[in-house]
Design a protein around this ligand. Structure first.
Ligand code: C2E
Ligand code: MG
Ligand code: MG
Ligand code: MG
Length: 282
């Protein structure tokens, strides 16, 4: 097979997908195996409550730990799963694992809100609500309001009504919602006003440049104002330095997340990190 020379150039047929590239087919097959072999991990990135200085919650971010120990970031595989049954299966695993971990922390005395990223296909799938209900019941110590689902603003504009209905259904189970990468999608304002979301998450592209760009600073200010006007919490992602965090605090932003606080860390380091942080600000 001419694998080396033209990996991208030929295609295979897949029952669900029709024709997909050989590279993607290989990746999907590897991901399938990774799921079975337990190679997926969740790392957790702390979010800071700028008002109290304490840890607000953590965001679960998927990692693929290869047998050789290398860590593959989601940017290298999440897209490839999109539109395949693996998207749902990996997504189900993420929710279950995050709840399992959250309950484990709780059992050790740390009651920590967790957010997970959910793809539009997963969210809109027929099984999503029953899956979520079952997962919340299965983990005895799970508290729905301590789980936030992060959804992309850009996802599925054509299905806006369906997204709205689905969010309402999930809300009845008690979970919260956050609009991820806010400001980068289409018709942000209509979305924001109509969707039952609790948190607006300012995309890091604006936050990263707000100290140098008046225009981006205005966008950050604008989103913070919107959040206030509509009773939504606002979190800024991509707060890479103490200066970003100080600026966000000065602007009245509620929450912040970024390398300036912490990079995503493995599950077994979270308890210690949160305890140390909260002790140092007590
Ligand atoms: P996201 O949900 O917007 O997550 C934030 C991303 O920004 C994370 O990248 C995080 O490591 C990175 N980040 C955090 N702070 C900073 C900072 O200060 N500076 C910079 N430059 N980057 C920062 P990561 O973990 O590689 O995830 C990338 C994207 O992959 C996520 O973006 C999310 O859309 C997706 N993703 C991650 N985990 C999952 C998952 O379990 N399911 C699904 N469907 N998507 C996921
Ligand atoms: Mg996110
Ligand atoms: Mg984001
Ligand atoms: Mg982002």
């Amino acid at each position: 097979r001419a694998k080396e020379r033209g990996r991208n150039c030929y295609v295979v047929f897949d029952r669900e997908e029709g024709f997909i590239s050989r590279v993607r087919a290989d990746l999907l097959q590897a991901a399938e195996r990774a799921l079975a072999d337990g190679e997926f991990r969740l790392f957790y990135q702390p979010k800071l409550d700028l008002r109290s200085g304490r840890v607000w919650s953590v965001e679960a971010l998927i990692r693929w730990r290869l047998p050789d120990g290398r860590i593959r970031p989601p940017g290298e595989f999440i897209e490839a799963l999109s539109g395949t049954p693996l998207d749902t299966r990996v997504g189900d695993w993420v929710i279950d694992e995050a709840l399992r971990q959250q309950c484990a922390w709780h059992a050790q005395g740390l009651r920590l809100p967790v957010s997970v990223n959910v793809s539009a296909d997963h969210l809109l799938g027929d099984d999503f609500v029953p899956m979520l209900r079952t997962a919340l019941q299965h983990h005895a110590m799970a508290e729905p309001h301590l789980l936030t689902l992060e959804i992309l603003e850009t996802s599925r504009i054509s299905d806006f009504a369906r997204v709205c209905r689905r969010l309402e259904e999930c809300r009845e189970l008690g979970v919260l919602f956050s609009l991820d990468d806010f400001g980068t999608g289409y018709s942000s304002l209509t979305y924001m006003r109509q969707l039952p979301v609790d948190v607006l998450k300012i995309d890091r592209s604006f936050v990263l440049t707000m100290l140098d760009s008046e225009a981006d600073l205005s966008i950050v200010k604008g989103i913070i104002g919107l959040g206030r006007a509509f009773g939504r919490l606002v979190i800024a992602e991509g707060a890479e330095t103490p200066a970003h965090i100080e600026q966000l605090k000065a602007l009245g932003c509620d929450l912040a997340q970024g390398y300036g606080l912490s990079r995503p860390i493995p599950a077994d380091g979270v308890m210690q990190w949160v305890t140390d942080w909260n002790r140092s600000t007590a």
